[in-house]
Design a protein around this ligand. Structure first.
Ligand SMILES: NC(=O)c1ccc[n+]([C@@H]2O[C@H](COP(=O)([O-])OP(=O)(O)OC[C@H]3O[C@@H](n4cnc5c(N)ncnc54)[C@H](OP(=O)(O)O)[C@@H]3O)[C@@H](O)[C@H]2O)c1
Ligand SMILES: *[C@@H]1O[C@H](CO)[C@@H](O)[C@H](O)[C@H]1NC(C)=O
Length: 293
């Protein structure tokens, strides 16, 4: 087993990483200059870092999240970094009418849209499922339905610009992981919906790309706060993660795996050795450090 872990997994991870990274085209920051981009969940974490990268690339930015004070600061920083323009609109994606409001804002200020980056998530805790069905329903609205609603409202503009949709998901949206049942469900839903929609776009000759980003453990404040006492291992840097997401979107890649080795190995093991993956997954957690709520 030790040898298996040491040799087989890195080898497969490497092969898959190579496969996913050998994009036919290479990334160039010019690709994004002057593009009109919406980033959701942009007040902190990976979304905030994406905003800074996009600002350096001289894009027009519309940022959204709930906390106005944080968004104001991020917008200021984006303008300092060189954004062609930057504005924000605050509100909660728990509110079913808010997704359309955000897209309308882009329409009135720009008259079009090139890239829609869907990244926000509602708070879901990290623990045993406590039977609260209402909470699952609410998280489905925030983490999944709002992504569908934003896509629907933005589609006419994206069709016009041959634009891109970038959906930020997680390893928990590819393989079940414990203590995140509702979160995991919302991320699986994204894969189902957007992978299906991608087929339809191709059948219909709609030239709008869909990039699904499968992320491992990233060092954002909220993730570290939620899981560092339970999960061993060093999280990957949010700045690099944010840049890889933007690159994958600009290159119109189907899926991004970041960090590539870990995520690709997990996705592969899910199919060829699911029980092994399950037991390995459980061994990563210090369950004794969880306090049941
Ligand atoms: N960090 C990781 O280890 C990791 C791993 C896998 C996948 N991911 C994915 O990466 C993405 C970003 O995660 P992150 O770690 O950067 O999280 P984060 O720092 O907690 O950021 C979440 C963002 O969503 C916003 N938000 C929260 N509730 C909202 C609501 N009801 N309506 C609208 N916006 C809301 C937050 O701002 P406000 O509070 O101001 O609203 C914040 O801007 C997520 O899709 C997550 O699933 C992260
Ligand atoms: C689709 O859009 C991309 C990005 O604008 C463009 O490079 C590509 O040529 C388009 N493909 C078709 C078939 O129009």
């Amino acid at each position: 087993m030790g040898l298996f872990l040491k040799i087989f997994i890195p080898l497969l991870g490497g092969l898959l990483a190579f496969y996913f990274y050998s994009a036919p085209q290479s990334f160039n920051e010019e690709m994004l200059r002057g593009k009109r981009v919406i980033v959701t969940g942009a007040s902190s974490g990976i979304g905030e870092q994406m905003a800074y990268h996009l600002a350096r690339m001289e894009t027009h930015l519309l940022l959204t999240a709930r906390t106005e004070a944080k968004l104001q600061k991020v917008v200021e920083r984006c303008l300092e970094l060189g954004a062609a323009s930057a504005r924000y609109i605050s509100g909660s994606m728990e509110n079913p009418s808010f997704p359309e409001v955000v897209v309308k804002e882009a329409e009135t200020s720009w008259g079009g849209l090139d890239m829609l980056i869907l990244n926000h998530i509602g708070y879901s805790g990290f623990n045993f499922f406590n039977g609260n069905v209402g909470q699952v329903r609410k998280l489905m609205e925030t983490n999944f339905i709002s992504y569908v609603a934003m896509t629907t409202s933005a589609l006419p503009m994206l069709k016009e610009s041959d634009g891109s949709i970038v959906v930020v998901s997680s390893m928990a949206g590819k393989a079940g992981s414990p203590f995140a049942a509702s979160y995991s469900a919302t991320k699986f839903a994204l894969d189902g919906f957007f992978s299906s929609l991608r087929h339809e776009f191709i059948v219909d000759k709609v030239n709008v790309s869909i990039t699904l980003c499968i992320l491992g453990y990233i060092n954002t404040e909220s993730a570290v706060r939620a899981v560092s006492h339970v999960i061993q291992g060093t999280p990957a840097p949010k700045e690099e993660c944010a840049l890889e997401i933007i690159k994958a979107g600009a290159l119109r890649q189907r899926e991004l795996h970041y960090p590539p080795w870990v995520v690709s190995a997990v996705v592969l093991l899910r199919d060829i050795a699911p029980e092994f993956l399950d037991s390995m997954t459980r061994s990563w957690y210090n369950v004794e450090n969880l306090r049941r709520t």
